[in-house]
Design a protein around this ligand. Structure first.
Ligand code: GRF
Length: 211
């Protein structure tokens, strides 16, 4: 399966996806960044992946930006989109077009903490566990059906940065796995639900149980 990865920054998840793609069922045919000069673009270029920068500050509306993204995608044989640290909200028109073909990774155990500053919010709430969620993208922000989660313990000495690192380590294991499932057809979206191996998911899969 040919995928496009959308990024806005460091691209550590992109790097994990590239490393796994070398031996797997999906190929990254395009990386799109809404920010110029980010590390993720360098990572893609070093791997020989085509890149497109579509700077959102040059568009006067969300719709105009999304139209530019959609037009760019038409030049590549892309079958699915993987959002990996892409910090733009996409319009419902765009998400509807890729319903069931677009995944996002979010640094919290959804439905807890949609939106920003998730590590800080988990710390402030005194949560014993934190983690990440991979979900199908719908028009609701961080609200589509969750497919896979990985949990990390929140320990007494944890800071926002330490928690971020712990979550990211798990992200780099979880995301390539979920994208592989999508490419294999093991994971799909039907009737507003995520399905895995032919059955609707009653609860998100857990990374620790997938070894
Ligand atoms: C990740 O923590 C991801 O969960 C969030 O943004 C971050 C992106 O990091 N959506 P990177 O650019 O992949 O390093």
């Amino acid at each position: 399966m040919q995928i496009a990865v959308f990024i806005s920054g460091a691209g550590s998840n992109l790097k994990a996806l590239i490393e796994q793609a070398a031996s797997d069922t999906y190929e990254i045919g395009l990386v799109i960044s809404n920010r110029p000069n980010v590390k993720g673009i360098d990572i893609a270029q070093a791997a020989g992946i085509p890149t497109e920068v579509i700077d959102h500050t040059l568009y006067d509306s969300r719709e105009a930006f999304d139209t530019a993204v959609a037009q760019t995608l038409q030049h590549y044989p892309i079958e699915a989109i993987v959002l990996a640290g892409f910090m733009r909200i996409l319009t419902p028109e765009f998400t509807e077009n890729y319903l069931g073909k677009m995944l996002n990774i979010h640094p919290s155990l959804l439905p807890k903490y949609p939106g920003l500053n998730t590590h800080q919010r988990a710390l402030e709430a005194g949560d014993a566990q934190h983690g990440l969620s991979i979900h199908f993208v719908t028009s609701e922000l961080d609200g589509g059906p969750v497919v896979l989660q990985a949990k990390v313990p929140v320990e007494a000495h944890d800071t926002v940065e330490k928690l971020r690192q712990k979550v990211q380590t798990q992200e780099h294991l979880a995301y390539p796995l979920a994208v592989t499932w999508l490419a294999q057809g093991r994971l799909c979206y039907q009737n507003h639900q995520a399905w895995f191996d032919g059955k609707p998911l009653k609860a998100p899969l857990q990374l620790t149980e997938m070894d």
